[in-house]
Design a protein around this ligand. Structure first.
Ligand code: ZN
Length: 424
């Protein structure tokens, strides 16, 4: 069984809409209160508050603030869990210190348990979402590729629209061919495969850039709310909405392109090999005072416009659905860009060398740089397959950041462990 997340657009009635906004505000208060609680307890009393302490104080909190009684208990715990996530990520050095969230920017809340709080009346396509604390059904639209038993539901308010993001336990099915392919991602050619095919990078951002610049300039000339501690003008709000819409469109186009490419690759190949990439390191800003600052910024922009990270994870999870093998070669030790696919010798290259010319005089192999790199990855994967090694560390599909923080399932385990530990 795999977990899949499906997002539905919600169409609430006016009274439902008011309730949703009201609850969002209440959850934002809880979030900010929990953050403030942690900060003051630590600063004034040197006491570190953890999730369990905050969860245990919820019943008392509801006695004082009776308006919270109508909210689902699980969803309040989930909001506290969000605070915990934020602090855990901060302690691990993965994020900045958690901040207070303005209500206007607060995204929503989660129902972590399918047994209480929400019910989905749908067979995957459209349907109704029933929130028990609301007492009636909200119409929703959307379609799931594979449907199953719903486990959690997150209500999200984004770009002036309400969404329900529902996770389901299901067994997704996907077709795959019996080909084997090596892939190399870049910004000069977005995808180069081991068969010599090259896919040009999409230029969604570049196409929209002049329009974005134009609207950004208009926005800068209007009365801005944050800087002068005044209300933003109506024109400022309108222009900002236009800018957000434009940027969202670019992101949607990219997402669509990524899924199409990933489907094309997975539908014909059951062995997919590529190299591990550190996108964050690759798209790092140029050093201060560097002469190539603008050039590097442009390179970063075009690299991010392809969305290599998203593309790779889309391929990885689609491969998992199709029971295809997806392998990532260790870049540091394999060096696919430097290595020759025929004789396995290394040839040093700079970023500008677009052609691989083998430095080994007995070989003299010539190939496009990216295609060669893709072929090296494939050869490596085939070698791994032949040696029948388990690729469990390299074929992992989850991102490493998520693995460390405990989710709600791990939370139940920890709780059990803690209570057992205290009784013994
Ligand atoms: Zn060679």
């Amino acid at each position: 069984m795999l977990t899949r997340r499906i997002t539905y657009r919600l169409y609430p009635s006016t009274s439902q809409l008011n309730k949703l906004f009201y609850w969002r505000r209440m959850h934002a208060y809880v979030y900010n209160g929990a953050v403030s609680n942690r900060i003051t307890q630590y600063r004034k009393f040197g006491h570190s508050v953890d999730y369990f302490e905050q969860q245990a104080s919820l019943p008392g909190f509801k006695k004082t603030w009776t308006e919270y009684l109508e909210l689902n208990a699980g969803s309040l715990q989930a909001t506290l869990k969000r605070v915990d996530f934020a602090f855990v990520r901060f302690f691990q050095g993965l994020a900045k210190h958690p901040k207070f969230r303005p209500i206007k920017q607060y995204s929503g809340w989660t129902y972590p348990d399918a047994r209480q709080g929400f019910k989905v009346h749908s067979d995957g396509k459209n349907g109704y979402l029933e929130l028990t604390d609301l007492g009636c059904k909200i119409q929703m639209r959307g379609e799931a590729r594979t449907w199953g038993k719903s486990t959690t539901c997150t209500i999200v308010y984004r770009n002036g629209k309400w969404f329900a993001s529902i996770t389901v336990k299901c067994i997704p099915v996907r077709e795959t061919g019996n080909g084997a392919i090596g892939l190399d991602f870049g910004c000069k050619t977005a995808i180069a495969d081991s068969n010599g095919n090259k896919i040009e990078p999409p230029k969604f951002l570049k196409e929209a850039q002049s329009q974005i610049n134009k609207i950004s300039k208009q926005l800068r000339r209007k009365r801005n709310p944050e800087k002068r501690k005044v209300k933003g003008s109506r024109r400022w709000k309108k222009t900002q909405a236009r800018l957000a819409k434009l940027k969202r469109k670019v992101a949607n186009k990219r997402q669509n392109w990524i899924h199409h490419q990933a489907v094309d690759i997975v539908s014909c190949n059951s062995l997919i090999a590529t190299e591990k990439l550190q996108i964050k390191n690759m798209t790092r800003k140029a050093k201060k005072g560097s002469k190539r600052k603008r050039q590097k910024a442009g390179l970063n922009r075009s690299m991010l416009d392809v969305g290599i990270g998203m593309l790779k994870s889309a391929i990885a999870y689609k491969a998992l659905e199709a029971n295809a093998i997806y392998l990532e070669a260790p870049t540091r030790s394999l060096k696919p860009t430097q290595r020759c696919n025929l004789c396995w010798k290394l040839t040093k290259k700079t970023l500008n060398d677009r052609l691989h010319v083998c430095s080994n005089h007995q070989c003299n192999h010539q190939e496009d740089r990216d295609v060669n790199s893709a072929q090296v990855c494939l050869t490596w994967a085939r070698g791994l397959e032949r040696a029948s090694l388990d690729g469990d560390e390299s074929s992992s599909t989850e991102s490493p950041k998520v693995r460390y923080c405990g989710g709600f399932q791990q939370l139940a385990q920890t709780k059990r462990y803690l209570t057992h530990g205290s009784t013994k």
